[in-house]
Design a protein around this ligand. Structure first.
Ligand SMILES: O=C(O)CC1=CCC(=O)O1
Length: 260
């Protein structure tokens, strides 16, 4: 197991591939851990240094009292990259991971040479939506949002699979206080101004059936960044790396190859 102590926080990560390979860092979404990338990594070109990590309060990374902020979560990502000596990396951020990626690109442009904004936006939902979500989980536990969350995460066909039940288990085992703390970070985040200042190669990916960050809001965020490419994955929901891993990996591979 790979764990770093970063400013007192025990951060769980997985660093695979050659140390001198081009670095790609993966940031996962709300209520998931680094297993969300399991199906994608084996499909990427060899020779890359692939770093996944669990954000604060998720997976095996230590939780701290909330609320969290996107800036704080971006600083955690930067601390891990500094710890591992990563520079000129591509950051692949999924949902809240994409908010973290946008913030990281604005705060620490020295770390990044490219950005993938997957199923994310500069602003996700409304503060009311997130406050309602927090109230629901505080009243009924994460189980109270389990079924509804699977409807946002996955297509109707995928929801019939046994695998979908395992992802629901992952969500429902997420510690509640850290989930609420991350919801607070999303509620407070409106990165539109900062994201419009970004000038790095960017690929934005949406899922056709994404019930959390529909294609329109991903496209609107991509439009803030000059030259950003926008792609929609047919038949996919909010976690396309799970549901349509080969198509997702193909988009990442093309982007990485274009970056050179
Ligand atoms: O609602 C969900 O669970 C989907 C989601 C929104 C932000 C995020 O990271 O995941």
């Amino acid at each position: 197991m790979q764990v770093a102590e970063l400013q007192g926080l025990a951060v769980h990560y997985a660093d695979q591939g050659p140390r001198d390979g081009r670095a790609v860092v993966f940031g996962n979404s709300l209520g998931t851990d680094l297993r969300v990338w399991d199906a994608v990594l084996p499909l990427l070109p060899r020779g890359l240094r692939l770093v996944r990590y669990d954000k604060r309060g998720h997976g095996l990374t230590q939780a701290t009292p909330g609320p969290y902020s996107i800036g704080q979560l971006a600083d955690d990502a930067a601390a891990l990259m500094d710890h591992l000596g990563l520079r000129d990396a591509v950051f692949v951020g999924l949902s809240i991971g994409g908010l973290i990626g946008q913030s990281l690109a604005a705060r620490r442009p020295d770390l990044l040479r490219g950005l993938v904004l997957s199923n994310t936006a500069a602003k996700i939902g409304t503060p009311e939506l997130w406050r309602d979500r927090i109230a629901t989980v505080r009243a009924g536990g994460i189980e109270a949002i389990g079924a509804a969350t699977m409807e946002r995460w996955f297509s109707p066909a995928f929801r019939e699979t046994t695998e979908c039940r395992a992802w629901q288990m992952m969500l429902e085992r997420q510690p509640l206080d850290a989930y609420a703390a991350a919801c607070e970070a999303i509620a407070a985040a409106d990165l539109r101004e900062a994201t419009a200042t970004l000038r790095l190669p960017t690929l934005a990916i949406a899922g056709e059936l994404d019930g959390a960050t529909p294609p329109e809001i991903v496209r609107d965020t991509a439009a803030l960044i000059p030259g950003a490419r926008f792609e929609v994955l047919p038949g996919a929901g909010h976690l396309p790396g799970v549901e349509v891993a080969p198509a997702y990996a193909a988009l990442l591979t093309r982007f990485l190859e274009e970056l050179g």
